[in-house]
Design a protein around this ligand. Sequence first.
Ligand code: G3P
Length: 216
Amino acid sequence: MKIFLDTANIDDIRTAAKLGVVDGITTNPSLVAKEGVQYKDRILEIAEVIDGPLSAECVSLEISELCEEARRVASWHPNVVVKIPMGKVGLEAISTLSSEGIKINCTLIFSVNQAFLAAKAGATFVSPFIGRLNDGGADGMILIRECATIFKNYPGISTEILAASIRGPRDVTDVALAGAHVATIPPNVLAQMIEHPLTDRGIDAFLADAKSYDPV
Ligand code: G3P
C-alpha cells in the first residue's frame, strides 16, 4: 500500500520526505487555508520535495468552469492530480478530463456506488472518507472492503482506492487489510505509526547494557 501525506504544511512534508516512505501528497482547500499561502505556490513548493502524485482540489461548481480550472491546475506540474468532488458535475468533468489524459482524484466518496461511478468515469483515484463516515456512526472500513472487492471483480477498472480522512494508526492498518491501494495520512498519524513504547524501552535497555563494553 502506498502512503500519501495529507497536508499542505511544507515543513511537515520536508520532515516526512526524509523518512523515504512517502509516495505522494494530498491537499484540500481546508488544509491550504490553514497555511495562509497561495495554492499554486504551495503546490509547486511541494512538487520540489516529493516526486509523486500531488492532489490539488478544484472548487468550481459549473461544468465548463470546473473543466477549465482542472486543466489550469493540471498544467502547474506533471505530478498534479486534480481533485474533483463526487456529483453529477464532478462525474461529467471526470469523464471529459480523463479522456484528455488528465489524472483525477475523485474526492468526498461516501458510498460504493459513488466510487464505482467515479471509476467508470475514468478517475485515477477515488477517495473514500473513512473518518467522517465513522464520525457519523457508519463503518468506513466496510466501504473500503466493498470497493476493493468490486474493483477486483472487474479487472478493467484500474482506479486506485485512496483511503482518506484517516484519524489514527489503527485506521492505516485497517485500510491496508481491507485492500486500499493508498492511505493518505496526516503527519501526526505518520509520527504515531513510528512510535511504540516497547521500542523505546528496548532501546533504553540496550543502551544501558552497551555501557559494559567499549563501543567499536
Ligand atoms: O483530504 C481529505 C481528507 O483526508 C480530510 O480528512 O480529517 O478532514 O475528515 P478529514
